[in-house]
Design a protein. Structure first.
Length: 79
């Protein structure tokens, strides 16, 4: 189920809300607290930083070239 926005649909009410937000009369909504485990985030980042270099190190020049061609075709497929 999608959470509803607190923005009003009526243009006059929306305009008032925007003016109130711009002048500081309405405090901005707080961002939701992160539920991710910081240790898991750090571990995932560590693996992500060395993953591509380690993978390329174990590949032959031909395999790297084929992987690059496949990535380029996927990147430009829908343009």
């Amino acid at each position: 189920m999608q959470k509803r926005s607190r923005m009003p649909r009526d243009p006059n009410q929306l305009g008032k809300l925007l003016v109130d937000m711009a002048t500081g009369m309405v405090p901005p909504e707080p961002e939701p607290a992160s539920t991710k485990n910081p240790a898991a985030v750090a571990l995932g980042r560590l693996g992500g930083l060395k993953g591509g270099k380690a993978r390329a190190k174990g590949m032959t020049k031909k395999a790297r070239s084929e992987a690059a061609k496949k990535a380029a075709s996927a990147r430009w497929k829908n343009t």
